[in-house]
Write a protein that binds this ligand. Structure first.
Ligand code: T4K
Length: 411
């Protein structure tokens, strides 16, 4: 790693990048390889590869125990898990959902012919703004989907209260929030059901994977049936279904991840604290805080760039970092309402989404997880501090580099 403290050290001025190999956001945590390979050997020996195998059943039990919830249905990925929860819970018509999320949350509704109605998010922790929900409710509204973005919990009590008063179904996209809590209770216990993602980029992964968790036994049974084509037994189909099953090899990885989950959380927290320490005095760059009273998984390190203070925009900083081989990500830009087909369908949605637009222009996800440590974080923070300290020169250089020059974030 090359250290960057002076202006002409920066790669945008032609110096070699700080890192020889790219530093990604979302590099998978691997866990104990031997434990994983032992499980792979066992599943091959058993010749039981999918369809509710023993590893899937074990994973479901262990997730339910960890969350303290009655039912867990393991699913092939978080998106299908969301779709199954949406369908099994009987959502139709219109559903209120934040635009500031990974677009899968919104697609899961549209895929089932449900109209997403975009709600703005709060500035405090980027989750759905409960004060903006009631103005969006009409006779076609059947539900609300809250997203515990970055593992920060939605205002669960207020959402539950609104849902109850208007007889709406409340679901949570908890793709980022496995291992996190709300007022001391583990996320997974709220609403009609909550959905986790165990995608490779999540702190706990099963390659691809997800789960629906709920305390509603009937809903869990329905989801289990729907995830297996609606089969209630051999030759006996009782409902429309799809293929949402998790494979045994995915569950083997999920179990291996679970074994190391506390270690991953420990590393993520140490990384976050290192970023906080090193960026504390950088004008215009602030990390999204976390609530120390709650459990967290700290899998996303989110920096907010206030260009009026930093002198640099989020995208300027992104270009500086990419030139150094730090592949920071602008999650979740540009906001689902500006992606197709939603932009075409709802061209005026942006008028009621000022926080979404501001956040999607201002936040940056920085590399963390077991693939980075204090040295890499020091290198990344030195780059950010150096760029900010020389903001005018950096901006001029980026303008000159436009259309060529050093590596840029692809637009
Ligand atoms: N709801 C929310 C709020 C979500 O954030 C997500 C998924 C979902 C629902 C849906 O859950 P799933 O159906 O995915 O289970 C990534 C993930 O694909 C996606 O799971 C995740 N959210 C989203 C936030 O991030 P991309 O398009 O950014 O992925 P990609 O391919 O650019 O990967 C990110 C980085 O990770 C790359 O720079 C390289 C690195 N990487 C990735 C993979 C897959 C690796 O180093 N190794 C790998 O194996 O969406």
């Amino acid at each position: 790693m090359r250290s960057k403290t002076r202006l002409d050290d920066l790669a945008i001025f032609g110096s070699p990048p700080a890192f020889l190999e790219p530093l990604h956001v979302g590099r998978p945590n691997i866990g104990d390889r031997e434990a994983f390979l032992t499980r792979v050997k066992a599943l091959l020996d058993r010749r039981w590869l999918t369809n509710n195998g023993p590893f899937v059943q074990e994973l479901e039990r262990r997730i339910a125990d960890r969350v303290g919830v009655e039912h867990c249905v393991a699913i092939c990925n978080g998106t299908i898990a969301l779709e199954l929860a949406i369908r099994a819970a009987g959502l139709t018509g219109e559903v209120i959902v934040p635009s500031f999320t990974f677009v899968a949350t919104v697609h899961a509704l549209s895929w089932h012919g449900i109209t997403p109605v975009f709600c703005d998010v709060n500035s405090r922790n980027h989750t759905i703004d409960h004060e903006r929900i009631e103005e969006l409710i009409n006779p076609r509204t059947t539900g609300i989907i809250g997203v515990h973005l970055w593992g920060r919990a939605c205002d669960v009590s207020q959402l539950a209260d609104i849902a109850a008063r208007h007889r709406l179904t409340l679901l949570f996209d908890a793709a980022h929030a496995f291992g996190c809590s709300y007022e001391g209770t583990m996320i997974g216990n709220f609403g009609a059901a909550e959905v986790f993602s165990f995608h490779a980029t999540k702190f706990m992964n099963s390659f691809e994977g997800g789960a629906v968790v709920t305390n509603d036994g009937d809903l869990a049974r329905k989801i289990r049936l729907m995830a297996n084509f609606g089969f209630a037994g051999h030759d006996h189909v009782v409902t429309i279904g799809t293929n949402g099953k998790m494979t045994e090899i995915a569950a083997a990885m999920g179990l291996t991840s679970l074994d190391s989950m506390d270690d991953f959380i420990h590393v993520n927290l140490a990384n976050l604290e290192e970023y906080e320490r090193r960026l504390r005095d950088t004008p215009g760059v602030a990390l999204l805080p976390y609530d120390q009273r709650e459990k967290g998984n700290y899998q996303y390190v989110i920096a907010y760039v206030d260009d009026s203070v930093a002198g640099l925009s989020r995208d300027n900083l992104l270009d500086v970092l990419w030139a150094e081989n730090v592949l920071a990500r602008r999650y979740f830009y540009p906001g689902s309402h500006r992606m197709e087909p939603y932009h075409y369908d709802f061209p005026d949605a942006h008028r009621r989404l000022p926080n979404t637009d501001r956040l999607s222009r201002s936040v940056l996800a920085l590399p963390t997880g077991t693939a980075v440590g204090p040295d890499e974080i020091r290198g990344i923070c030195d780059i950010i501090r150096c760029a900010q300290a020389h903001a005018p020169e950096v901006r001029t250089q980026l303008d000159q580099n436009d259309g060529g020059g050093s590596a840029r974030h692809p637009r």
